[in-house]
Design a protein around this ligand. Sequence first.
Ligand SMILES: NC(=O)c1ccc[n+]([C@@H]2O[C@H](COP(=O)([O-])OP(=O)(O)OC[C@H]3O[C@@H](n4cnc5c(N)ncnc54)[C@H](OP(=O)(O)O)[C@@H]3O)[C@@H](O)[C@H]2O)c1
Ligand SMILES: [Zn+2]
Ligand SMILES: [Zn+2]
Length: 302
Amino acid sequence: MTNNTKAYAATSPDSGLAPFSFDRRALRPDDVAIEIDYCGVCHTDIHFVQNDWGMTQYPVVPGHEIIGRVTAVGPEVSGFQVGDVVGVGCMVDSCRSCAACEAGLEQYCLEGSTLTYNGEDRHDQSITYCGYSSRVVVSDRFVVNVPDKLDPSAAAPLLCAGITTYSPLRHYGVSKGHKVGVVGMGGLGHMGVKFARALGAEVTLFTRSEAKVREARKQGADHVVVSTDESQMEAAAESLDFILDTVPVQHDLNPYLNCLKYDGTHIIVGLLDPIEPPVEAGALVFKRRVLAGSLIGGMPET
Ligand SMILES: NC(=O)c1ccc[n+]([C@@H]2O[C@H](COP(=O)([O-])OP(=O)(O)OC[C@H]3O[C@@H](n4cnc5c(N)ncnc54)[C@H](OP(=O)(O)O)[C@@H]3O)[C@@H](O)[C@H]2O)c1
Ligand SMILES: [Zn+2]
Ligand SMILES: [Zn+2]
């Protein structure tokens, strides 16, 4: 078989995406073959297309919020059948035997997990291509069943934006009585608002854009703070237990730290670059505040 998969790929930081075709591998014993119906667009896809993090291997076929139907399974697969609606998220493999993998936290695999795209396949060392394509072949451990009651066309963002916001909210035990801030009303942000609300918290959404206030409330935010308005930021001072920060670029964390109560935790999920401008250590020390980060979520949690 040649070029059995149609896709969109970027070939350089400024190429944008263009049609591309390539061969998906033949099934290994634990593989699931999936015809892709839907794929979300995550800001990480944009970072990789533009090589923002200096690690893109071109051509890159992005997409890690994948929903599709099973078309074939390898002989060792027992959890999936042809016709099942399934999802694939940000990882397609890991070492499977380190402490993190055994704990179901494959995203923190001590050997590094294999990313769904721009990762290196652990068997044949090829570079992984993913969801902006017509089909994909993935080891069963990294495939999830999509419940019937979920609309498959709306479920895709759960596989990255969803699990990335759900996982830290659960890890830090967010529940009724907590006040949670979510910074940025984008893909991750709108999921963060929905999950924090569903977990029982009172939710404040921070946005730079007055135009997003109505939508934020529609998604479940109890309060909306326009972050460019200093008086609104001051009014939110020392009011929150947790902040989930989804902003994809360098930004001043200090005004947000100021919005945490003592013992409050600021969780970064959007930024990978150095923090700039610097964080005032005093804002942490004097209030025993915590600055934390979190990466997607493991397969059991997903
Ligand atoms: N940690 C992880 O595991 C993980 C997983 C997935 C994605 N990510 C990363 O999370 C980030 C967000 O992804 P996404 O898909 O949610 O992106 P997105 O849809 O572009 O949303 C990001 C939001 O951040 C706000 N924002 C953008 N530029 C800003 C700036 N200069 N200053 C302040 N706020 C700004 C905007 O909200 P307002 O307009 O409301 O201000 C924007 O809607 C990306 O960097 C992505 O790579 C991390
Ligand atoms: Zn993503
Ligand atoms: Zn591992």
